[in-house]
Design a protein around this ligand. Structure first.
Ligand code: ADP
Ligand code: ZN
Length: 704
């Protein structure tokens, strides 16, 4: 009897063996199946075929086959297994994540051209099509209790007795125009490098905003497609996709887009046309779409934190894209004006090939020199200087952008009088305010202390949690600049893609004078009429407890400077801060990039922080604090078996209680980068998670 090993979509570790019934046709790896599991049924993926059944075990039988053809080829299956091992996930978890794109089968619709012939061949399914000529799988399943349904539908399709209804492609096929611009010398060299790569080669394309990186991706992509390949472009935010789609459609005939805000029917359309897609642009989950003949990957704005998933498997789409490129033996281009230190380090070590696009192409788009505004004596969110500048910009008929960095949930404390932010004595991090416990804590080493009553730098009783929300600013603008037509542009808005496009279009048509937004706004958009950029509170990002706070803050501010003055008018940038002397402030700007990254990298090297060490955070949560602590302690004590790995904790998470659960974490640090995460796998497997406790592993945590 044929047997198969199945990754069942469940959080249980390991895979499961089932027998394969003949009536489902030939078994193969990489297809989804429906299996009896526990008391019910679940879906899963066939990992491999087994030669012989394990002895003495009575196997359950696969109930239905959900795919005719494998969804992934062997190379992608191997890649996915590497993803699983790296993030210490179970088979079920990783496949569920990967196949989210295929989970909308219910919406597939089928027509029956000849009901009589169909009834004869599939008496079990007879009746379904009596009056309705098109049915969805979901409706069919409702009308039929006996499995295997999906398999029957597939074979009926194969026999021509059913026809699947094909959705219209989301993006019309366009002409695909020839390139007009003459590439600069630097661009030509970059394109030649990428298209000349033999097999797996990671490139770090380093160039300031407007230096022509996108043009390089497009040219290289065109060449790859000309040779018969396909290209995947990953972008951090769906906010960037409208701009990308416009640019891609101007050049390429068969473009597809993929992001989280698409409807199920739209997803189905992408999937149905995947074989006829030359270039796929999408956010991180697009990585898992099995684009055939993939021959190049582009990760734009590679430094962006949005590539890291925060719930479920905490994977980094950028890092896994590199792994995929390696598995498929193809080039990958990581592009940024402000590369991540991870990629910068890889380039320094010679693992990535760095390509520089030195200067901006547009002559007018000179570097904007930011003006620092000291907010220590100012009441309210907007300084008189910024108010004045907004007014003037409005009167000149130009547009402005206000940037409010709201990242981070647990605010730090800051002294309103002198700007000081309490720091950990042992780490280069600021301390996080834990309101409930009235403590300041370090998230790196676990150090904690009571919240001081007065600032220790200047003695004033002026310590305040930092943060002006968008609502507050909204109110202020309505009251003080009533003539200003503005809109808020943040993550809350972007759950609707239409709304996002509307706002952007209105801004482009100049029906809005000002956009007020979070980091989403600073990425990649090209706003030719923006001459003023105001940063409401620069300190908000700078003093997060994360050791990466400085790096991120600098990346964002530098990206912000790229938004001002891209057209033919000079731009202004005003930065409001309560720490006007902070060293990062003098570093803002693309011309400072190399020196800044070099310096920060040296600091990380000295401190043995990532990217020099590999960190893994293991989080335990439970409804009762005791249970979470006990589980965390049991885990931490077992970790001592991992010699050469440094262990901190258990300590309470910055957000100690979430949705009624108490959370504690253990941080493991591996300076050698050889042990983690792999050594941890066996330990996690042998250490059962107590009931009522949830355990979550985060390899390369980004938010510390
Ligand atoms: P980046 O992706 O680095 O921000 P882009 O590729 O978007 O840069 O280029 C910035 C602007 O310069 C765009 O308007 C683009 O059309 C234009 N551009 C790019 N390359 C050239 C070139 N070789 N000659 C003229 N204009 C160019
Ligand atoms: Zn510390």
């Amino acid at each position: 009897m044929a047997c198969v090993e199945v990754a069942v979509f469940s959080p249980l570790p390991g895979s499961f063996t089932y027998s394969w019934p003949e009536e489902l046709g030939e078994a193969c790896a990489g297809i989804r199946v429906r299996v009896p599991f526990g008391k019910g049924f679940r879906n899963g993926v066939v990992l491999r075929l087994l030669r012989s059944a394990p002895e003495g075990v009575e196997l359950k039988t696969i109930s239905d086959r959900l795919d005719v053809q494998p969804l992934y080829d062997a190379a992608r299956m191997q890649w996915l297994d590497r993803v699983r091992r790296y993030y210490l996930a179970t088979h079920g978890e990783v496949w569920q994540l990967a196949l989210a794109w295929a989970a909308h089968d219910d919406h597939r619709r089928f027509r029956c051209p000849d009901i009589g012939a169909f009834e004869k061949a599939y008496p079990l399914l007879a009746g379904l099509f009596i009056n309705k000529r098109a049915l969805s799988l979901k409706k069919m399943a409702a009308g039929l209790v006996t499995a295997p349904l999906v398999h029957a539908v597939h074979s009926a399709c194969h026999a021509g007795l059913l026809n699947e209804v094909i959705q219209k492609p989301l993006l019309e096929h366009s002409e695909g125009k020839p390139f007009e611009l003459q590439l600069t010398e630097a661009q030509t060299i970059a394109v030649d490098h990428v298209t000349g790569a033999a097999g797996f080669t990671p490139f770090l394309l380093f160039g300031c905003t407007g230096s022509g990186k996108t043009e390089v991706y497009l040219r290289a992509a065109a060449e790859m497609i000309r040779r018969g390949g396909r290209v995947l472009v990953l972008v951090p935010e769906i906010g960037l996709t409208p701009m990308w789609i416009a640019r891609l459609q101007a050049r390429f005939a068969r473009v597809a887009v993929w992001h989280s805000a698409m409807t199920e029917r739209e997803r189905l359309a992408v999937r149905q046309h995947l074989d006829h897609t030359d270039i796929l642009i999408g956010t991180r989950s697009a990585l898992f779409l099995p684009l055939p003949h993939l021959s190049m990957i582009v990760v734009d704005e590679e430094h962006d934190g949005s590539f890291k998933q925060l719930d479920g498997i905490a994977y980094s789409a950028r890092d896994m894209a590199v792994l995929l490129a390696q598995q498929l033996n193809i080039p990958i281009v990581l592009g940024s004006a402000t590369p991540s230190l991870e990629s910068w380090r890889q380039a320094e070590a010679g693992h990535y090939q760095r390509i520089d696009l030195a200067s901006r192409i547009a002559v007018h788009a000179l570097q904007v020199k930011p003006k620092i505004i000291d907010m220590r004596q100012v009441d309210g969110p907007v300084s008189p200087q910024l108010q004045h500048a907004l007014q003037q910009t409005l009167e000149a008929g130009d547009q402005s952008i206000l940037f409010l960095n709201r990242r981070g949930y647990a605010p730090a404390l800051q002294c309103c009088a002198c700007g000081d932010v309490p720091q950990c004595p042992a780490c280069s991090m600021s301390l996080t305010l834990h309101r409930k416990a009235a403590q300041l804590r370090c998230h790196s080493c676990g150090f904690s202390r009571r919240v001081p009553l007065c600032c220790e730098a200047c003695g004033e009783p002026a310590l305040m949690p930092m943060g002006d929300g968008t609502e507050k600013l909204d109110e202020w603008l309505t009251e003080h600049l009533p003539a200003l037509r503005f809109a808020r542009f943040d993550r809350d808005m972007v759950t609707s893609h239409t709304r996002l496009s509307e706002i952007l279009a209105a801004f482009e048509r100049r029906e809005l004078d000002c956009l007020l937004g979070t980091q989403m706004l600073v990425k990649g958009h090209d706003f030719p009429h923006v001459t003023l950029v105001g940063v409401i509170n620069a300190d908000q990002g700078m003093s997060l407890p994360d050791f990466r706070a400085g790096e991120r803050w600098w990346q964002q501010m530098t990206q912000v400077t790229g938004r001002a003055g891209r057209g033919d008018k000079p731009g202004h940038m005003l930065i409001q801060t309560r720490m006007p002397d902070a060293p990062w402030l003098s570093r803002i700007g693309e011309s400072e990039a190399e020196a800044t990254m070099h310096e920060e990298l040296e600091l990380r090297r000295m401190l043995n922080y990532p990217p020099f060490a590999r960190w893994v955070r293991v989080l335990f949560s439970a409804a009762h604090a005791d249970r979470a602590v006990q589980a965390a302690e049991a885990f931490a004590s077992r970790c001592h078996d991992l010699s050469d790995v440094m262990i901190s904790g258990p300590m309470p998470c910055p957000l100690e209680r979430v949705a009624g659960r108490y959370r504690f974490e253990v941080l493991l640090r591996d300076v050698s980068r050889q042990l983690l995460p792999w050594k941890l796998a066996a330990l996690l497997d042998t250490l059962p998670v107590p009931s009522g406790v949830r355990r979550r592993v985060d390899v390369d945590p980004q938010d510390m």
